[in-house]
Design a protein around this ligand. Structure first.
Ligand code: SF4
Length: 462
């Protein structure tokens, strides 16, 4: 382990964004995750004299040798990485484990301390859906430090200690959401280093809370969110200050995507019940506040919504949907993590909603959000995420899922998109790593193809 970069004189930190995709955070271009913003803010707050250089892995790929030469002049290298929700991306290609190993093992970098942060470090390296994640230790070396805590807290504390790497606390986490608010706003200016910023094509992912209200029952078997314990909600004013700071730096697109269920942000029952009652007045204040602090925004979208919330609290959810539509921009998607419509899978994995509840949530969202303005895109439609490889599934699961989707078509309901993914077994979840799916590969692929050919095509036509 090397500590040659430690000491109060630490001058330059390089942040390499290898991109992240977690259940509640997307950071593949055009999306920018909170990680680099928070980390840069932590460093600028605790060690104002330190320069932070941000690079994306796609930028690095233009010339590995040039990147390594640049990095060789730094005092500390930080890689942010982790796909733990496998997906396909149009705007960028996440770093691979092989690539990370090769790049950071370059002899020119041997004396520079290297930190791995983000989902890989915390939950293991998910290679692809349907496989178990590998331990982050496979990246050590070349990485000297695997940060299992919150990167902004670990790096903020490190910077505050005069960069004494010998004292680094790799598992330090936020105690309260307010702990990092100063970092969050101060880090906004890192967006100017992102290549998409210059093209006005950068969408900042915004966090409102962390953890899942369903931690009370253990949450869904495969999910990392319950491991955070009781959800920590950020203060509305703090979130608005962050959006204002990003807007000030020229960001014009925001996705309020970093939380288990946006409809429950601001609920007074958070932490007390599994499905907190939404708070429409709070959401109205939040979204109107966004418009106030970011008057030139061009895109304002949301992401995760729990269909179980809509099924249990239809009136409040309807009011929340209407409040969002008043202020967002059309073409918006409420991503429902349905995962499976098979009762056996739902029960075995403690999923959030059964098929009747999902159907009622889709109906509600269609009622509220399918209208278009002057022939444009529908305002706010549900998206459906399906997950395969979960315990309890069988070929019947394929029938349940397809049958459900066919019913949506017959009922003239709309969904904006259907994501079909295979689970990655991560440490820190209740997912049974010994489990092997009873659905054969070719059955899965032909099922997926059938959904693409029949359901997707029909939904696109609507
Ligand atoms: S509802 Fe399930 S998938 Fe969604 S955040 Fe909670 S535990 Fe995770």
């Amino acid at each position: 382990m090397t500590t040659s970069g430690s000491g109060a004189s630490l001058h330059r930190v390089v942040l390499v964004d290898g991109y992240v995709d977690e259940p509640t955070i997307l950071g593949v271009p055009p999306y920018l995750s909170p990680y680099p913003r928070y980390i840069a803010g932590a460093i600028w707050t605790r060690s104002p004299g330190t320069e932070v250089h941000y690079e994306t892995i796609d930028g690095v790929r233009e010339s590995f040798s040039a990147a390594v030469r640049r990095w060789s002049k730094s005092d500390l290298l930080v890689l942010i990485a982790g796909m733990i929700v496998p997906g396909k991306y149009l705007g960028g290609t996440p770093i691979s484990v092989r690539e990370a190993k090769e790049l950071f093992s370059n002899p020119l970098l041997v004396d520079i301390p290297k930190l791995l942060v983000g989902p890989w470090a915390r939950f293991g390296c998910g290679l692809e859906g349907g496989k178990l994640a590998l331990s982050a230790q496979i990246l050590s070396p070349p990485f000297d430090y695997i940060v299992t805590g919150d990167p902004e807290v670990v790096l903020g504390d490190l910077a505050g200690s005069g960069w004494e790497l010998a004292d680094i606390e790799l598992n330090a986490i936020r105690e309260f959401p307010d702990d990092i608010e100063e970092y969050v706003t101060r880090g906004a200016r890192i967006v100017r280093s992102h290549p998409h910023h210059a093209w006005n094509h950068l969408i900042c992912e915004i966090e409102t809370y962390r953890g899942c209200p369903r931690f009370l029952t253990g949450g869904c078997s495969f999910c990392i969110e319950p491991s955070y314990g009781e959800p920590q909600q950020r203060e509305l004013d703090g979130v608005l200050r962050e959006i204002a700071a990003l807007h000030e730096e020229g960001v014009r697109a925001f996705r309020i995507g970093s939380q288990a269920d946006l409809f429950t942000y601001g609920s007074e029952e958070m932490g007390e019940v599994e499905f907190p009652t939404p708070n429409p007045e709070f959401i109205e204040r939040f979204f109107s506040g966004i418009r106030r602090v970011a008057p030139s925004l061009e895109v304002l979208h949301i992401d995760n919504v729990n269909p179980g919330t809509l099924a249990r609290h239809p009136d409040e959810s309807r009011a929340v949907g209407k409040a969002i539509i008043k202020y967002h921009t059309p073409g918006d998607v409420a991503a429902f993590g349905v995962e499976s419509l098979d009762p056996a899978v739902i029960e075995k994995n403690n999923l959030k909603a059964n098929s009747e509840e999902v159907l009622s949530a889709i109906q509600l969202m269609n009622d509220v959000g399918r209208a278009r303005e002057s022939g444009g895109l529908p305002h706010l439609l549900p998206g459906i995420n399906l997950l395969y490889g979960l315990p309890g599934e069988s070929t019947k699961t394929l029938e349940h899922n397809l049958g459900f989707l066919e019913n949506l078509v017959d009922a003239n309901l709309m969904v904006r998109r259907i994501n079909i993914r295979q689970v990655i077994g991560l440490s820190g979840t209740r997912f049974d790593n010994e489990y092997r799916s009873r659905i054969k590969r070719h059955e899965f692929f032909s099922h997926r193809e059938k959904i693409r050919r029949t359901i997707d095509v029909e939904m696109l036509r609507r």
